[in-house]
Design a protein around this ligand. Structure first.
Ligand code: MRU
Length: 366
């Protein structure tokens, strides 16, 4: 995607070959700051403190984190320690475990001396593969948007509602939920995106809006509570969201508030699609509500808000009366029955074990 007109990824190896560089997403949209990660601890902190976030990018950063760990100490003990430290950073997105297990399986069978180079190669591969997966989602999802364009009056705006940031910033490039949207925009379809602000961290208002702006996609930021009203008025043609973990039966875990959008979509017969690259599918789980760990984040994210003041400085303000408690569950689970379809890199399928099984037969238990 473009930043000030320049194609940019969200993570890349530093030019001197000793570190990895990321965009500090906690500073967007008010500052575009690049941060250098040179150690395992710095990579783990970047994930925990959400300098990088979004399921695919968390996985990619973890792969680079293992490379940083192997550069410092390629022993078996250090590999196990680094795997555990990175896995503990955030609990919900399964891409983290997927990337770490894949790296450990590859590195564990090598002699320690060969691990740093192999870890680097694998981190590069995981990043490049992420881009290809998202291109697959773009190809699979574009016909859904085209079908709406055909149905609507010629040239009428196609309104797509999205929640959180499942865009370029949540991945290495392109995004998942945004991939079909960017493809439609580049194909000349008149897409317009309703961007849920996504309290409490405002990934929609701060990140999705910023990246759509950079890419020139028409969009409007709305309060999280506005989606149902817009659907009732016929102003949403499609809901398209990302996911942190999909069960083998099609339950979808995503940013808190996604479930409410799915309920409103069902009540108003608005199609509700989830962009789900295969590393976000947890083939070991069958019941999302019971089995997916939901991250509980700090009360401060609820009680405080950051923004830019009129004088240009960025400040944090308090929202709540002192003494009020706040709770901050960061994700929720949308039951498969509310999901119209899953958009994967292999095509669109029903959010069911059978639907997923058709596209990914290698994961079906025999
Ligand atoms: O807490 P975050 O910002 O990491 O949550 C991100 C989301 O919920 C995204 O929608 C999800 O990771 C899909 S990203 C392609």
């Amino acid at each position: 995607m473009k930043v000030s007109g320049r194609p940019t990824r969200t993570i890349w190896p530093s030019a001197d070959g000793t570190a990895v560089e990321i965009i500090d997403q906690t500073r967007l949209p008010h500052a575009f700051a690049i941060v250098r990660l040179a150690t395992l601890d710095e990579a783990a902190r970047a994930i925990r403190a959400m300098l990088v976030r979004g399921a695919p990018l968390i996985g990619a950063t973890a792969a680079w984190g293992l490379w940083l760990a192997m550069r410092a100490d390629p022993s078996d003990a250090a590999l196990a320690r680094a795997h555990a430290a990175l896995l503990a950073t955030r609990p919900t997105a399964v891409n983290l475990r997927w990337a770490l297990d894949r790296c450990r399986a590859r590195l564990g069978v090598l002699p320690p001396a060969g691990r740093p180079a192999a870890a680097r190669e694998l981190a590069v591969t995981i990043c490049d593969e992420d881009v290809v997966l998202n291109q697959g989602i773009a190809t699979a999802g574009l016909p859904l948007i085209r079908a709406i364009a055909v149905r609507k009056a010629h040239g009428a705006r196609i309104n797509i509602l999205t929640h959180c940031n499942a865009g370029w910033l949540a991945t290495v490039d392109i995004g998942t939920a945004t991939a079909p949207i960017y493809a439609a925009h580049h194909a000349g379809l008149p897409v317009h995106v309703w961007v849920d602000e996504t309290r409490p961290r405002n990934q929609g208002a701060s990140l999705t809006a910023w990246e759509l702006l950079n890419e020139g996609v028409p969009h409007t930021v709305i309060a999280d509570n506005a989606g149902g009203h817009l659907m009732q008025r016929g102003e949403v043609d499609l809901v398209m969201v990302g996911t942190d973990r999909v069960t083998a039966t099609g339950d979808v875990c995503n940013k808190i508030g996604t479930y409410l959008k799915a309920l409103a979509a069902r009540d108003n017969a608005v199609p509700f699609y989830v962009a789900a690259p295969s590393p976000s599918i947890d083939w070991t789980l069958r019941d999302g509500l019971k089995e997916i760990p939901i991250e509980e984040r700090s009360e401060q994210e609820m009680s405080q808000l950051s923004g830019r003041l009129a004088n240009g400085t960025v400040a944090t303000i308090s929202l709540l009366p002192e003494g009020s408690a706040a709770a901050n569950p960061a994700f929720d689970v949308t039951p498969a029955r509310l999901v119209t379809g899953l958009i994967t890199e292999r095509g669109v399928c029903a959010a069911t074990a059978a639907g997923l099984g058709k596209l990914f037969p290698e994961h079906v238990a025999v």
